[in-house]
Design a protein around this ligand. Structure first.
Ligand SMILES: [Zn+2]
Length: 260
C-alpha cells in the first residue's frame, strides 16, 4: 500500500473523481485532513465514498481566529473524529502577529482533547517549531505526525527524541533543504504525504494528484540509499505502528495490516 498521511481531498474540486480513482486503483491509504468545519464535512462525505480515505477534523492555524471565540462548539466534531488534524501553528506564512494568540488558543484546545482522548495528531509547524515542541511535551502527546517539516535540523532532532513521525512530501523533489531533512529523519519515523492538491500546485503550478507519491518514494529511496520497495514497506509499517492499539483507528489499522 502507498501512504498519503496528509492530504486535502476536499480541495480537489472537479479533480476529486480522478483523484479518488487513483487512490483506489493504487491502494493509497489516505489521511484527509481538514482546515475547518466545512472542510471536515466535505472530507466526511469523501470518506464515505472511498474506503481508503480517513477523514480527520482540525482547525488549521490560518483559520484559527474564526474559531478561537467558540471552541466549545467544536467539541462534538473533535469527539467524533478518529484523529485530529490539521492543527498547529504558523508564524511564517501568517505574518500578522496579532493572529498568533488565536492560533495558540485553538491549538491548546485541540492538544488538551488529544491528550484526554488519546488521539493521534497531524501537525503544521511552520515557523513555530520550538513552540510546538514545547507544547507536545506540555501535553504529553504520545503520537504525532509532523507534516512537511522544514524547520531547523537541531529541533528536528529534538522532535525525533520525542518519538514523533514525519511526513516528507513533494518538496523533496525540488529542495535540497527538504532533502537534508529527509536524510535526517530515521527510517522508523518516516511517512509520506502529498499535501495535495495544493502541495504541487504551490511548487509547480499544476494540480497535484495522489500518485505524486511515487516520485516522492523514488527520491526518498535515493536519499536513504535503499529500494523504492523498502521505502514503501517501511512507511506502511510505520503507519501500522502509529495506529496500533488505537480504538479510534482500529479499522485503519486492519486495513493497513491487510495491505499488500
Ligand atoms: Zn496541509
Amino acid at each position: 500500500m502507498l501512504i498519503d498521511a496528509h492530504v486535502h481531498l476536499d480541495h480537489y474540486g472537479e479533480s476529486l473523481r480522478p483523484a479518488l480513482d487513483e487512490i483506489r486503483q493504487n491502494r493509497i491509504f489516505t489521511v484527509s485532513v481538514s482546515m475547518d468545519l466545512s472542510s471536515y464535512e466535505q472530507n466526511l462525505k469523501i470518506g464515505e465514498a472511498c474506503d481508503f480515505v480517513l477523514p480527520t477534523f482540525g482547525v488549521h492555524p490560518k483559520r484559527a481566529p474564526e474559531y478561537a471565540g467558540g471552541l466549545h462548539d467544536l467539541s462534538r466534531w473533535i469527539d467524533e473524529s478518529p484523529a485530529l488534524g490539521e492543527i498547529g501553528l504558523d508564524f511564517h506564512w501568517v505574518e500578522d502577529a496579532t493572529r498568533y494568540p488565536a492560533q495558540l488558543k485553538v491549538l491548546h484546545y485541540f492538544l488538551a482533547a488529544a491528550r484526554e482522548q488519546k488521539k493521534l495528531v497531524n501537525l503544521h509547524t511552520k515557523g513555530a517549531e520550538r513552540q510546538i515542541l514545547d507544547l507536545l511535551e506540555e501535553y504529553e502527546i504520545q503520537r504525532a505526525i509532523i507534516h512537511w517539516y522544514s524547520g531547523p535540523l537541531d529541533l528536528l532532532n529534538a522532535f525525533i527524541d520525542l518519538g514523533v513521525f514525519f511526513t516528507v512530501g513533494v518538496e523533496v523533489l525540488f529542495s535540497e533543504r527538504i532533502q537534508a531533512v529527509a536524510r535526517a529523519i530515521p527510517l522508523e519515523k518516516l511517512l509520506t504525504e502529498t499535501d495535495n492538491p495544493g502541495g504541487l500546485k504551490w511548487l509547480r503550478g499544476s494540480v497535484g494528484m495522489p500518485l505524486a507519491l511515487r516520485d516522492v518514494i523514488t527520491v526518498l529511496a535515493g536519499l536513504k540509499e535503499t529500494s523504492e520497495k523498502t521505502i514503501r514497506e517501511i512507511v506502511q509499517k510505520n503507519l501500522l505502528e502509529l495506529t496500533r492499539g488505537d480504538p479510534w483507528l482500529r479499522n485503519a489499522h486492519h486495513q493497513l495490516a491487510a495491505g499488500d
